[in-house]
Design a protein around this ligand. Sequence first.
Ligand code: IMP
Length: 509
Amino acid sequence: MNFFEQASSMLHGRQVIAITCFQWGDTGKGKFVDAFGSWAKVIVRGTGGANAGHTISLNGNESIFHLIPSGILHDAEGKINIIGSGVAFDPGIITDELDMLDDAKMSYGNLLFSNRAHLVLPQHLLLDRLRESKADKIGTTGRGIGPVYTDHYARRGLRLNDLLNKDIFSQKLKANLREIAGLLSLEDSEKIKAILGHEHLGGGRYWSESSLIDADAIVETYVAYADRFTGMIQDTDAIVREALEEGSKVLCEGAQGNLLSIDIGSYPHVTSSDCSVHGLMKGAGLDMSDLDLNLGIVKAPYMTRVGNGPFPTEFGGEKSAEWCAKAAEDEKKKSRKQEELDRFGKVSVNSQDEFLRGIGIRQAGHEFGATTGRCRRTGRLDLPLLRHSIRHSGQEIILTKLDVMDESDVIEICESYTYRGPSYRLGNRIINDGDKIETAITESEVLARCVPNYVVFPGWKTDISGIRTFSDLPQKLIDVIHYIENKTGAVTEILSVGPDREQTIFTEN
Ligand code: IMP
């Protein structure tokens, strides 16, 4: 059976499925959204914003998209792609992405945007960057995500629909700027001017000597952006609901991952939307009760994290975290991939030095951030964190990037933690120094004090990228998969052994 036959057989009888990540994002959702895009009639994003990034091949050229769903490749087949109400919507970035589609002569006639999606405006980008210039930074992507969701919940946010009513947009914008003026007055105006001078923030267009931010300049630019896509702004919740009632299949496309969720992630080192399946369903205009299957993507047996915050199983610990926090020296180059290669050369995944081993795995897995170009931090698969994700979001998983570890001599898996630190009260529970923790406690201050206990397996040392049947996989890898399942309750539905659609194994679980 080819991919589509196997996918259809697996999804038989299901109408709504979600693809989300059970880790810190970047686990390869795009491949499966694209692959299952043919199965669905409607593909909808419900969380995050331009902090996400997925590479789409347009007529042979690789382009990075941040907002438009990966399912856009199926537009010509009549599939409806939706950016739902839960997404932080940046009109400037959408305009660039529509230009990219135009240049590649790709159709997007069925692309729709929720009229209730919250707008990312220059003040959000500015506030994000100001916050990130402080010592206790989160390591955000600088896309204004935190300030947009802050405004949303502070009831001073602006929504996409406001762009359709210029006077209302102008009034609401001015009210918003009045509210945040107090915050901005605490900052150095020269610093604000410098940030607003950045090309991503309009190259100085929104700077005002008298009021710091020029509201009229924002109104003119953003209303003009919307002129380009007015017809696409619709009540997408109603469209998704109608599609369901007609019996159409819906694919909900997650962004980021559970461990970055504002609600269940490694708080406060998280993003500002609930990017778990719960947030996704709501932001897509659906309810959890509409969902037939959530496929949680798990990169294994290594994992990655971008940005600050604890990562117990990281190769090279703090040294790695520090190295990976750096932005590209030459901003125009965007990715640090070449910079790292120039500095360390080609590194083995079996290097004796842990920090270097992490680099070797990063090189083998091409683990460089699609949005910021930063090096993704690499570490071993962490079962306490996986148990936490499964407990919250379900047990069906897709294991990805298995082939990256083909050459590894050993496979270390973190089966539990030992807590090392002062006694910590967690509700009515007290965690003491030396306690064993099996399901992660995701408060950053606890996670940072968790020392992993590893179980070591021999590597399978075989090229698995051409294998298409579970039983043909090396027994040493099957042992690792069974171990992960037995220790977490996960049910592996699919395995990915390479970037291509066909490099997929259905387990027939
Ligand atoms: P923000 O979402 O830009 O506010 O960033 C908050 C944290 O989430 C930072 O650690 C980012 O690196 C991380 N983050 C946001 N989006 C992604 C993503 O798509 N993949 C991986 N990490 C992300």
